[in-house]
Design a protein around this ligand. Structure first.
Ligand code: PEP
Ligand code: MG
Length: 538
């Protein structure tokens, strides 16, 4: 219900994590360190404060280990690595020496020294131009808060003391900044969304929020001065819009526009139209199963690498992929090989700067240039295939020769490994491949149409550029003719085809896809019920 006293207020922030939700606000109680004890120490007092710091570091490291294990089991191994980075800061000798020197030279107590030294590091990183490094400043702030919590024996719980928030009702957490510990400390089932004043798209916390499937919007300066606990709020993580005290009409309209104002209830599969799930992180598996996905039609394996900021060993990949195949219990799992480069940037890889990265070293081209990466992933998948059917999908394929070349590298990499059934397929997302679908279907076992990139390359319009978004529009005959042509080639070859781009998740496009000859799609897990409903209505 809309509030009686307050008029609706609309704000626009940075969309960090998708989903649209309505709920009541809980102001995260983060002023717990605003009244730190400050006192002067001398002689034995200095030693006592230094040993308090040593003990706090030890305890904080133990807490971080526990959080890391919790995140690894509930979200995913790669996401848990965020806490390894924080532990490294805690273990840093330079940081220790800085804090201890401050205590002995400034005669300061432990709390003052921890706050001063870590604030200094945080401020220096936060002032740098590089967005990626700025996001790392948050880790330093996190370590500081954790140490201060331990020193003050405080409970780092985010629970505030307002009646609404301590009740068992789900809530929207509003905070100055979305820190990783705030994100993982929350009770997932009671957290509807995060709204913050600061925090970038690449911050670890944003990555975690996305992995948890919790909508998040940041960059709303001063929002904490405008509202308080219990206020009603709509958070649209798709557009970055946040509406305070929404009117009833707004609530209705948003619900219709987004279709996902509350997590949807699953509905059963519809015969004749297969709806699979797109999976970005291991944690999407839970939601895919809950939504009764008929398989994983696109596992974007590169997302986990982006989240962990490192590549995984063959054994790590094997365990991860094996768990997904086991969980899907015989249903299709399509592993798209790492689709890196351009919009999927991997800062830790130090890829060469390019003038035109979306036409540069990316997708299959990059895999062929970095065979070591391709070979490790291939071997892990080959081992998984021994226990269940594996579909391997190659990204950004340009023509049949390139497909045959990359498939050969895969085959050479897995020679000698006892394999089961491996199906080799491609993404139809580069126009040149789409235009020779018949030729490609002679060689491939299956395919999926990536309409996100296909729209970008067909109409020469950047998929991430707001300025030209009006032109990023598949509603043109040439697009649908191409889809129909690929579907026809698939039928002639008697081999599977699906659509895994975003449009497949929008019910309004389903009739057009069906008319073009598509009978299988792969969409975000929470879109599955709406897509199925649109088929039932037909
Ligand atoms: C696509 O391009 O449509 C696709 C599904 O892949 P991605 O969005 O990961 O590029
Ligand atoms: Mg793509």
């Amino acid at each position: 219900m809309a509030s009686g006293i307050n008029r609706e207020v609309r704000m626009k922030g940075l969309a960090l994590s998708k989903g649209c939700i309505i709920g009541k606000v809980c102001m995260f109680n983060e002023n717990r360190h605003s009244n730190l004890p400050i006192y002067r120490v001398e002689g034995k007092g200095i030693e006592r404060e230094i040993s308090r710091v040593d003990r706090a570091i030890e305890l904080a490291a133990g807490i971080l280990d526990k959080i890391r294990l919790k995140v690894a089991s509930e979200i995913g191994k790669s996401e848990s690595e965020i806490f390894v980075a924080q532990k490294m800061i805690l273990a840093d000798e330079v940081v220790h020496a800085g804090i201890k020197n401050y205590i002995s030279h400034q005669n300061a107590n432990a709390e003052t020294a921890v706050a001063r030294i870590l604030d200094g590091y945080e401020a220096r990183l936060a002032a740098l131009d590089d967005e990626y490094i700025r996001a790392r400043a948050t880790d330093i702030g996190e370590v500081k808060r954790r140490l201060l919590d331990v020193l003050g024996n405080m409970n780092p719980s985010m629970q505030c003391d307002k009646k609404h928030c301590v009740e068992e009702s789900p809530r929207v957490i509003v905070a100055a900044e979305l820190t990783p510990s705030l994100t993982v400390d929350v009770d997932r089932d009671r957290t509807l969304a995060f709204v913050t004043e600061r925090g970038g798209v690449n911050s670890h916390a944003a990555i975690l929020a996305r992995a948890l499937g919790i909508p998040a919007v940041s960059g709303l300066k001063d929002i904490r001065d405008l509202i308080g606990c219990g206020a009603e709020i709509i958070v649209d993580g798709n557009t970055g819009e946040v509406i305070l005290w929404p009117e009833d009409d707004t609530i209705r309209k948003k619900g219709v526009d987004t279709g996902i104002i509350m997590p949807p209830e699953p509905i059963n599969p519809v015969p004749g139209f297969k709806v699979m799930a797109n999976m970005n992180l291991a944690s999407d598996m839970r939601e895919s199963l809950r939504m009764k996905a008929e398989g994983i039609g696109l596992y974007r394996t590169e997302f986990e690498v982006m989240a962990a900021e490192r590549f995984f060993s063959e054994d790590e990949l094997y365990e991860r992929y094996r768990a997904v195949v086991d969980a899907m219990a015989g249903q299709v799992v399509v592993f798209r090989l790492f689709d890196m480069g351009s919009d999927k940037s991997m800062p830790f890889m130090e890829l060469p700067d390019e003038d035109n990265p979306s036409l540069g070293w990316r997708g299959a081209r990059l895999l062929l240039g970095r065979r070591d990466i391709l070979e490790t992933q291939a071997r892990a998948l080959a081992r998984v295939s021994a226990g269940g059917l594996v579909h391997v999908m190659y990204p950004m394929i340009v023509d049949a020769n390139q497909f045959l070349e990359i498939k050969k590298v895969f085959a050479e990499a897995v020679a000698g490994i006892p394999c089961g059934d491996i199906q080799h397929g491609i993404m139809f997302e580069v126009p040149s491949a789409c235009l020779q679908a018949r030729e490609l279907y002679k060689h491939i076992d299956f395919a999926s149409i990536g309409t996100n990139d296909l729209t970008q390359y067909l109409f020469a319009v950047d998929r991430d550029n707001d300025k030209v978004s009006y032109d990023y529009n598949p509603d043109r005959p040439v697009f649908w003719n191409l889809i129909a042509d690929i579907a026809c080639a698939a039928r002639e070859a008697g081999k599977p085809l699906s659509v895994c781009g975003e449009i497949a998740g929008y019910p309004e496009y389903i009739p057009q896809l069906v008319a073009a000859g598509i009978n299988a799609v792969s969409v975000s897990p929470r879109r599955i019920p709406d897509v199925r409903k649109s088929m039932i209505k037909k």
